[in-house]
Write a protein of this length. Structure first.
Length: 51
């Protein structure tokens, strides 16, 4: 049977910033600065560095 393995440490080359306009965390690539994803709830992404 397969296991759900949790991630140890942060994801490389990504960070998350708090978007004060709509009060949500937004994930982005650090090389390009492009935004990738936005959380539906107000909790931060797991295992992603905060900026």
């Amino acid at each position: 049977m397969a296991k759900n393995v949790t991630r140890t440490g942060s994801v490389r080359r990504r960070d998350q910033v708090w978007n004060s306009r709509n009060k949500r965390w937004t994930k982005r690539k650090t090389e390009t600065g492009r935004f990738m994803d936005q959380k539906a709830d107000k909790k931060p992404f797991r295992s992603v560095r905060k900026k």
